[in-house]
Design a protein around this ligand. Structure first.
Ligand SMILES: C[S@@+](CC[C@H](N)C(=O)[O-])C[C@H]1O[C@@H](n2cnc3c(N)ncnc32)[C@H](O)[C@@H]1O
Ligand SMILES: [Zn+2]
Length: 267
């Protein structure tokens, strides 16, 4: 079972119709989409709170086409291998909720997701898929110690201390980064000297790197809209000169490599 705790006092939060409350009377109202904002003043970052609305929508449009299925299959395969009875799964930095939903559809589990970006969580909650979503900060995840079987951690900042705290003694963190060849063809189009991604696992002291798996697939992007959505959900979009961006404008399709590396962490 998901054990969400009050971000103020650490006691259990109970879900009611329109809010979550703790025994000490701290109360957090649900937004109309059904998610709850559990960011407290001390864990609210400055003005730049997670990804913005544009990034959220591009990510949602692109992922919904199934172009990153190789990763979805790899995640599901790993979880199924473990044969856990109704595991509790955390979608850490869930974004707009695509991967969590695919996993929930494939596996009988309790799943919750959180992200620092309200825009992302709002989109995720609109899915109405039985997943509990909240706005929260990775640096203080409001869930009970040792309550999570599997933490999904896809393309997001790493927080060893919190990951170690929330997973059970025999729990896992599945931390995914882009593989060295991921989207290389896109970079070849944009840059004179494209470079490969660094597949380095985050350094850890307390968690153990138990396994590394790589998922690679070639996909065919079918429209310019898909190519631009992909480009806009990558960091390259924000670091590319306008004249280089223009190189993608006339493209109607693109064959491209998708490659993901999954690092499996345990206690
Ligand atoms: C590249 S997106 C990946 C989203 C999702 N995991 C996916 O693969 O679709 C990174 C996400 O991390 C979130 N994020 C960044 N810093 C965070 C923090 N300190 N706490 C929670 N989420 C954070 C961003 O808002 C963004 O949604
Ligand atoms: Zn409380």
């Amino acid at each position: 079972m998901i054990e969400i705790i009050c971000p103020v006092c650490g006691e259990a939060l109970t879900e009611q119709d329109r809010s979550y409350t703790c025994p000490k009377g701290h109360c957090f109202d649900k937004a109309k989409e059904g998610y709850v904002n559990l960011l407290t003043a001390s864990h609210k970052p400055g003005s730049n709170i997670g990804d913005n609305k544009d990034m959220a929508l591009n990510r949602k449009n692109f992922l919904s086409k199934g172009y990153f299925d190789a990763l979805v299959r790899g995640l599901i395969e790993f979880i199924e291998e473990k044969s856990l009875p109704r595991p509790t799964i955390a979608d850490i930095c869930c974004g707009e909720g695509y991967y969590g939903e695919r996993i929930k559809n494939a596996i009988d589990c309790d799943l919750f997701g959180f992200d620092l970006s309200k825009e992302m969580v709002r989109l995720a909650a609109k899915r109405k898929n039985g997943i509990t979503y909240f706005v929260g900060n990775l640096s203080k995840i409001p869930v009970r110690d040792s309550s999570v079987d599997i933490g999904l951690h896809l393309f997001a900042p790493f927080h060893e201390k919190e990951f170690g705290r929330i997973i059970k003694d025999d729990g896992y963190i599945l931390s995914v980064v882009a593989g060295e060849n991921h989207l290389f063809e896109l970079k070849e189009l944009l840059y004179d000297t494209p470079y490969k991604n660094d597949e380095k696992a985050p350094d850890t002291k307390d968690l153990k790197l138990a396994e590394k798996r790589k998922f690679t697939a070639r996909v065919h992007l079918e429209t310019n809209e898909d190519i631009m959505s992909l480009f806009k959900m990558t960091p390259y979009y924000y670091h590319t000169k306008d004249e280089d961006k223009a190189k993608l404008m006339g493209l109607d399709s693109l064959d491209i490599t998708t490659e993901f590396v999954m690092f499996v962490y345990t206690h």
